[in-house]
Design a binder for this molecule. Structure first.
Ligand code: UD1
Length: 351
């Protein structure tokens, strides 16, 4: 008997995918990838950390409609209303759940807000999905769920743990979703553990827009390159790494978007249960190498100074990519120079 898959191009009518936090950095790039592959998308966003311009920009890039529902997952009625609105037109085939607070330092200062927002929002989403019989969920997790004493490269079966409330919300949501899938065999859940997503869409129309002074390296370097900040602060040059600066696994956001598509299709092919996959490149790059690569991208040497280590940082973090490659056929294609070039194009467009 022929295997029937419900992928959009094989089924005739496009599947509709709901993206919570869809106007944010990773959500917006994933929306582009889905639309380009023939899926319909609906974004759900409260715009607490994203811009109302984004859906229109996605439409400009793809030439396809990108409806966006302004709603907060904490609001049960509003969340449910989004599912009801689309129910008659066939509803959603899957949900990709990006919405959540994500600043590590802020989570230490406001733990209750972080647990309240990230966990409660997810539970409301699961309840709305259950009510509307949508049981395929792709979750934005993070490499931060791996306990700090794990050796590199990080493999999906390593022990989990976190060092801050933000990280714990990811560990806890993974648990909630795993238990949900165990209790109801119709659920299919992907837990995508991102390493360090950077870059931007090559059009320069969408990218990352952190509010205030960025905490993460790449947005900070971008602000130095455009002249908004005076110099890059390197947090420690005495780590046990080739040049003494911290090593991370940076992945282009468009490669990451592809990973979501592949995970969503895998989960739609009759695979039920909860699956964790790393989304990284498997390649480590140091802070010094990033500063040099960004300098090449923007055509000038970037000033920097060496500062003390940042509390909670590790010397070296990178992914084992073997499982995602074997099960999903996922392999990141873009290198550091392309990531910096696309980040620089977006940074300039914003000035
Ligand atoms: C951080 C979070 C992680 C979160 C991720 C989201 C911490 C400890 N970890 O990861 O939980 O999932 O962001 O993207 O906050 N660096 C500098 N100067 C800077 C900023 C960073 O030298 O101004 C260095 C850091 O020491 C590190 C590397 O750059 O070696 C990357 O830092 P960052 O971009 O903040 O990412 P992570 O710390 O890997």
């Amino acid at each position: 008997m022929e295997k029937i898959t419900d992928n959009s191009y094989s089924a005739g009518t496009p599947q509709r995918i709901l993206l919570t936090g869809g106007a944010g950095f990773i959500g917006s790039h994933t929306a582009v990838t889905l639309l380009e592959r023939g899926y319909d998308v609906v974004l759900l966003d409260n715009f607490s950390n994203s811009s109302r311009d984004v859906p229109g920009r996605i439409e400009r890039i793809t030439g396809k409609p990108c409806p966006c529902e302004e709603a907060d997952l904490l609001d049960v009625v509003a969340t449910s209303a989004v599912f009801e609105k689309y129910a008659e037109a066939g509803g959603f085939s899957a949900v990709i759940h990006f919405a959540g607070f994500k600043a590590v330092g802020e989570s230490v200062e406001k733990p209750v807000e972080y647990y309240g927002n990230n966990l409660t929002g997810t539970i409301h989403l699961i309840e709305a999905m259950r009510t509307h019989d949508v049981k395929r969920l792709i979750f934005s997790s993070s490499a931060t769920v791996y306990r700090q004493d794990n050796p590199v490269p990080y493999s999906e079966d390593f022990p989990l743990g976190a060092t801050n409330p933000y990280g714990w919300t990811k560990v806890m949501i993974e648990r909630i979703l795993t238990d949900t899938a165990a209790a109801d065999p119709e659920w299919s859940v992907a837990l995508l553990r991102y390493f360090n997503p950077i870059g931007a869409h090559e059009s320069g129309l969408i990218g990352e827009s952190p509010q205030g002074i960025p905490n993460n390296l790449l947005p900070y370097v971008a602000k130095v390159a455009v002249g908004e900040l005076p110099e890059v602060r390197i947090f420690g040059d005495d780590y046990d790494t080739p040049d003494g600066t911290g090593v991370r696994d940076y992945i282009h956001v468009m490669d990451l978007a592809e990973g979501h598509l592949l995970a969503m299709e895998y989960c739609g092919e009759g695979m039920t249960g909860a699956f964790a996959w790393n989304l990284g490149t498997g390649v480590g790059t140091s802070v010094m190498e990033i500063i040099a690569a960004y300098g090449r991208a923007c055509g000038k040497e970037l000033p920097y100074s060496v500062q003390p280590r940042r509390a909670g940082d590790l010397a070296s973090v990178y992914a084992s990519t073997e499982l995602a490659e074997r099960e999903l056929g996922f392999k990141a294609k873009r290198g550091i120079d392309e990531m910096c070039r696309d980040s620089w194009r977006w940074a300039q467009a914003k000035v």
